[in-house]
Structures are given as structure tokens and as C-alpha cells.
Design a protein around this ligand. Sequence first.
Ligand code: SF4
Length: 445
Amino acid sequence: MSSSTPTVGFVSLGCPKALVDSERILTQLRTEGYQVVPDYDGADVVVVNTCGFIDSAKQESLDAIGEAIKANGRVIVTGCLGVNEQTIRDLHPSVLAVTGPHQYEQVVNAVHQAAPPKKDHNPYLDLVPPQGIKLTPRHYAYLKISEGCNHRCSFCIIPSMRGDLVSRPVGEVLDEAERLVKAGVRELLVISQDTSAYGVDTKYRMGFWQGRPVKTRMYELCEALGELGVWTRLHYVYPYPHVDDVIPLMADGKILPYLDIPLQHSSPSVLKAMKRPAHQEKTLVRIRRWRDICPDITLRSTFIVGFPGETENDFNHLLDWLDEAQLDRVGCFEYSPVEGAAANALGDHVPDSVKKERWERFMAKQQEISTAKLAAKIGREIEVLVDFVDEESAIARSSGDAPEIDGLVHIDGDYGLRPGDMLKVRVEHADEYDLFASPSEVLEG
Ligand code: SF4
């Protein structure tokens, strides 16, 4: 297995935030001269970046560690499951090292121990892409602006795994965004546990970018990202009053008219039991205001049905709320307990059959709304970004579609498009989730 160039295998599991961690670790290792190999056989050591959010993800992570040990034998574990070191070591005593989420230096040190870097490697001479190693397609990238979370939602254990909010310096975030754009990225997906809280921990400290002062705050960050001339999409935003300030940037075309706001429920008593951030905000009033300022805004959210104590009245409140809110994109999960979460101690757990029945009613309602919203786009011209092309068709996304979680725009026919192209299309058909369109004009290639 050993060669003059040390080799690393990498298994990345979990959410976009874990993916960003993987990218950072890989960037560092590549910078030091390691070669990243796609199979266990050719690797001097294998790093498994795990997820520990729900029980099925934990199991997937433990299985992945077992597989890597069987196939290679020299395994370093990192990521969210790494906080349960004992569980990992009990099951897989031969792992070389266990580190937690965003412990980049510790992972890299563990790799150094297992497979020492080449002595003659020169990071200034060796070719490393300036944007780092992207695990996403080359034309979009996640931009992580902070770690951790100051909230304590009762169903979530992320703060106990990742700690309180720590915002990255604004200059560092903007430099990274600029490097990504220079390397060909056309869409930046801003992620964190709570994007609206960016900078709270630093008291909105003044930072510097391109020699000028920029505050560590969501509005200033969005304003600066808007200068880069690519799509900027905001994820994990809570409906606090100051979020209103960024909507004009969307109306002016500086950032995408898109907000991912994980609301989880509408019923005040359920939201209180969930201990959700901004649960006392009048969200419907806020949504109306956003649409007044930016009529084209796409609102995406996720909800949990069957949370402990959720009554039929609470659930009907949610269905009525959906009718009023007319959200564009919605995901829904049946509540499932997470080991270590405070919500497990709540009474009145909802039977599985009721959860399932509520989930089905929820989805039927949202499908009606989504179908009508997409049908209203037929005949309109929209701008899209191409993700995938084969001989007969292309798959693209509009400003209303985040990768992997929202809908698609299907373009039938061979127009010589390539992934990363931007063009204008006219919408011809729609179904519950997707649009079908033909090019009206190629914008940029
Ligand atoms: S906002 Fe709530 S659900 Fe999201 S990470 Fe923080 S505690 Fe967890």
C-alpha cells in the first residue's frame, strides 16, 4: 500500500456541513502532497467523516467504519459521530484515531501519524486548485459561514455535538467565496446552523475585505457576496425581523430571491415545546411583507409532524397555516426521537400510525399548493443553471431550486449545453415538483 506519494481514501457521510468539513480536510491534505485515491486498496490510510444526527445515520456511519477496516485496516474516524468515541472503539477497537466535527487539524495530524507526508513536497510548487477540492460539481459550492448553534431545540443534539455559535471572520468567508468564483463556481450556497445569527457571537465585529471594512453580519455578508456576480442562495435562515433587510437585495437581483427557513411547525404550543428560534414571531405577517418587497421570492421550509404532544388541533392549525402561507417548496418528516435529545422526556408521544397519516395529509396539501404554484410559471421566461447533460436532454435548476432538495427544470433536446451553463428558458409544462422548458436564449457558457 505504501508508495513515495502518501495516499488517502476518504468516505464522506452526512449533511452539507459535513461535506464542507471533508472539503477542508482534503484541501489541506492535497496541499501537503497527499494523493486522494478512490478505493480502499490503494490507500495508505482511510478517513471516514461520519454523521451522528439520527440513529439510522449513526448506523450507516458505524457500518462504513467497519467496511473500511475490513477492506483496508488503517482507519481514522472524524465528524459528528466522533463525539461518541467510546461507542466507536467498543465496536471497532482497531481504529487509529477518533476526532469530532470540524477538528481539521486533529484529523490531519492523525493522517500524518498514519502515513507521513512526503518530505520533498513543496506546497508553493505543487499544483493545488486555488479553490480547494470540491466534492460538489464544479459550478456550485457550499460556503459555511459559522459552526455550532446558540439555540437549544428540544429535538436536536447538534449544539451538544458542535457547541455554541462561532462565526467565521467575514473577510475569510468572502475571500473563500471569491476564490471559488475565480475557480468557476456559479452558485454559492450559504450554510450554517443559523444563518440569520451570523456574527452575534462576535458582536458583529468589523472585519476587512478587499481593503475595506465589512461587518460580520448577515446583511453586510449578503451585500458583499452580491458583488461577486454569481448566484448566492441562503439556507437555514430564521424569520427574525432583521431578515427583512436582505429582501431588497433579492428584489434588486444582488442575491437569489430564495429563502430556506426551517419552520418545523405553526402551532404556538408545538413550537414552544420544540423550543424553536423565533417561535414568537408573526411569521405569516413577515412572509407577506417579504412578498410585497420581492414578489418572485421562493420560500422553502421543512416541517415535523407527530412531535410529542401534537394534537389533531395543532395539526389542523399547520394545514390551515400552509394554505395561508403558500410556501413554494416544502419538506416534511415524521418525528423520530434522537438519542440524547430533550424531547424524548416529553409526554404524549404520537403513535406511529397517526404520524404516518398526518404526514400523508400534509404531503397531499403541499402537493396541491406546489402544483398550482409551478403551473403559474407556464409561459414565463426564467433563468436556469445547467447541472447535468446527456445526448437527449439537460437537467437544470432555476433560482427557486436548491440542488438536491428542490425541483428541477428539464430541457429536452440536444442544445450543446454543458454543466455550469446559464441560459434563459421558457416554461412549457409543470408537474407537482418540476418544470419542463425549452431554451429561449443562451446567456453565458
Ligand atoms: S437551530 Fe435548533 S435544530 Fe437547528 S441546529 Fe440549532 S438547536 Fe439544532
